[in-house]
Design a protein around this ligand. Structure first.
Ligand code: ADP
Ligand code: MG
Length: 680
């Protein structure tokens, strides 16, 4: 019998050819198979009588085969089999497509549990391609919970079942459990071996739930332990020491006085940088809370202390915009600011790269390519990553691996519940900007339908007349979507309606240099209206813009709409936000109304989280954490809280987890996996 670390090809009936297919599912060994959980379960414990079948759905039906299956070849590669089954309440036609295995085992007069989809109505009603399991003559509860595994072409459920059977059989009696027994008892969690058995071969849906709960706890606990250790380990590193002597000059150079929250964050940063430990700090603040000058304070500190700073933005547009904000500010302090983007000419790039290498470039602004593609710094002392959710744990770790341990500041406008923040940013200290700069009035927000089109166009005109500027955002149009207008088309229509206004278009297919030019010109007031796809979503700052119109707003997530709204309300002028799409049904209208009601990003995020699947909110690539296989960051919040507390407690008395070898190893493995995945 093969052992856990043997290749699946040694399982009887698998062999090298199928093993290749298993590799596509990332299953090489039996252990991998054990860790590949079913993606779903079919509950065949609930049997339905033929007469009681309801709406089209999947059903488990205990019935007898009444007629010999008639097999016909429709055409090459498609065979059809038909028969009739019956129980004491009635009979039902069954059709199989290409299912010779299932059909071959059927015997007339024998009873089976059929599981499959019932389609059609009345006389046309039939059971389509069901699985069939023979019922022993005296069995009274023949139904089962059947696991459904992820598949790839050429593999069948029975192959996965076969291999996981072998894997379960190979699990030794003394299977190590990474969760300490006290925790299992405290939270009433199944032990590891039982949970594995239950997740692969559950006897009931309750068992599935119990197994899942245990797995989720384990996964979150491992994650928290790893993040916590990362944080502790960094504390042991020696950091570059920045004196804060230049801070008052920086504050004096600002064109406004900082808010209390900005001041606190800047002080926290200065204290971190003077502590002798590398800083790893997150600045979290709603859109418009003024994160840029907080980050710029770090850049100034670095330069004043003879070190370079890298300021990284998620897009080139934002990078060049940040450079435009920072350059004049830093210039007052005699600090040079250099932009490096992919759209610069070769000669420009060469000279920027040279300045970075000699150290003449003190503050360098660019995209994440600054760090990832081996730009050589003379003396890199500080790194700023704007919009943190695209700058994950792995990227942060890669920084320290560059030999130096620069101070790292990440900035995020994604408002998330505190519990979640503690996990996602578990390895960071957090400053919160919970105050908006003074003199801002809330953005007046309206959800409207097509019937308001003319009035909104007139409203756009009126805002421009009064000296404001307007964004119009259109969703990305995918092929085949005919009900939506592209940004280009929309700009044309708007130009026809407002021939005297200067309208520019910005969309993803334009060259970066062209995008930057348009953005620059809009910021400089050379256009009245900017019609754009969501490329402007993150961070664009044009304080004179005071109206945001979003077309087909029902196509966007609430948090995304909140970010878009954050593009206005940045200056003294009363700002407005108009969402089209309120006529696209009740759900759409109610969603948009949430935004009309509140301007608070946290409240919006809560509503968003409640309304959407978590996958939408925290796409895996977005948070940059190790891959989670079972836990669901949005819906497992309660368990997450416990997992984090327990991780903290255990590390407090055993920081290296020496007393928990299995736990230590599993944490290590989880974070190793991450390294391969995070960068692709
Ligand atoms: P965020 O990145 O947090 O969304 P920004 O840093 O882009 O916000 O700042 C938004 C706008 O507010 C900018 O135009 C900025 O100049 C302005 N601003 C920032 N802090 C203050 C302040 N303390 N007083 C007045 N205006 C400010
Ligand atoms: Mg910003």
């Amino acid at each position: 019998m093969p052992a856990l670390d043997d290749s699946v090809q040694f399982v009887k009936g698998i062999g090298p050819k199928k093993a290749k297919l298993f590799e596509k599912l990332h299953i090489r060994t039996l252990r991998d198979a054990l860790e590949t959980y079913p993606r779903d379960y079919e509950d065949r414990t609930v049997l339905t009588r033929i007469a009681d079948l309801g709406a089209e759905d999947k059903y488990a039906i205990r019935a007898v085969v009444g007629t010999e299956p008639k097999v016909s070849r429709i055409r090459k590669g498609l065979t059809l089999a038909k028969c009739t089954i019956f129980d004491e309440s009635g009979s039902l036609p069954v059709t199989w497509f290409n299912a010779p295995y299932v059909v071959a085992q059927l015997r007339v007069g024998q009873e089976y549990v059929f599981y499959g989809r019932v389609q059609g109505w009345g006389r046309g009603r039939q059971l389509v391609s069901p699985q069939a399991e023979k019922v022993a003559p005296d069995a009274d509860a023949p139904g089962r919970i059947v696991p459904v595994y992820p598949l790839t072409a050429g593999l069948h459920q029975r192959d996965l079942v076969h291999v996981t059977d072998a894997a379960l059989a190979a699990v030794p009696g003394d299977w190590p459990d990474p969760l300490p027994a006290v925790l299992r008892a405290k939270y009433r969690l199944l032990d590891a071996a039982d949970a594995l058995a239950a997740i692969h071969r559950p006897q009931s849906t309750d068992e599935v739930a119990a197994a899942r709960r245990r797995m989720v706890f384990e996964e979150l606990f491992l994650l928290c332990c790893g993040l916590q250790q990362l944080k502790e380990r960094r504390k042991a590193d020696t950091g570059i020491v920045f004196s804060d002597a230049g801070l008052s000059d920086y504050l004096a150079a600002l064109p406004f006085s900082p808010t209390g929250a900005q001041r606190r964050a800047i002080d926290e940063i200065a204290a971190d940088c003077a502590s002798g430990r590398p800083m790893n700090r997150l600045v979290q603040g709603d859109v418009g809370s003024g994160k840029t000058v907080v980050a710029a304070a770090l850049c100034a500190l670095a330069a004043q202390n003879g070190w370079q700073a890298a300021f990284m933005a998620p897009t080139e547009i934002l990078a060049s915009q940040h450079a435009e904000t920072l350059a004049p500010l830093l210039d007052k302090l005699g600090i040079s600011c250099t932009l490096l983007t992919g759209s610069m000419t070769a000669a420009q790039k060469r000279s920027a790269l040279a300045a970075i290498e000699t150290g003449a470039a003190q503050v360098v602004v660019g995209t994440h390519a600054l760090i990832q593609q081996g730009v050589t710094f003379h003396r890199l002392g500080a790194v700023v990553a704007d919009e943190q959710h695209r700058f994950g744990v792995a990227q942060r770790a890669a920084l320290s691996a560059k030999g130096e341990t620069p101070h790292v500041l990440v900035m995020s406008a994604t408002p998330i519940p505190r519990t979640l923040a503690l996990i996602l940013y578990g390895d960071l200290d957090v400053s919160v900007l919970d105050e908006v700069p003074p003199g801002r009035s809330p953005v007046k927000t309206y959800a409207v339908g097509e019937s308001m089109r003319k009035r909104i166009t007139a409203f756009i005109d009126k805002q421009v007349e009064a000296g404001g500027q307007v964004y119009v955002v259109c969703p990305l149009v995918e092929e085949g979507e005919t009900d939506l207008k592209s940004a280009e088309q929309h700009a044309k229509d708007l130009q026809a309606a407002l021939p005297h206004r200067r309208i520019a278009v910005l969309h993803g297919r334009m060259k970066n240099a062209d995008k930057e030019q348009v953005m620059h010109d809009f910021a400089a007031g050379q256009y009245d209206i900017l019609v754009a796809t969501t490329v402007i979503e993150v961070g664009v700052d044009v304080p004179n813009a005071n109206l945001m119109v979003v077309e087909d707003a029902d196509r966007f997530g609430l948090s995304q709409l909140h970010q878009l709204r954050g593009r206005v309300g940045r200056g003294a002028r009363q700002s407005y936000c108009v969402f089209f799409g309120a006529d696209k049904g009740q759900t759409a209208r109610e969603r948009l109304k949430i935004l009309c009601r509140t301007g608070d990003g946290f409240e919006v995020a809560r509503a968003d989280l409640a309304q959407r699947g978590p996958g939408d909110f925290f796409g895996r690539r977005q948070h940059g954490l190790p891959a989670l296989h079972v836990a669901d960051l949005a819906s497992d919040l309660a368990l997450m809280q416990h997992a984090r507390e327990e991780a903290e407690a255990i590390l407090q008395h055993d920081p290296t987890l020496d007393g928990y070898p299995e736990l230590r190893e599993r944490v290590q493995r989880m974070f190793e996996e991450r390294d391969d995945e995070a960068f692709n």
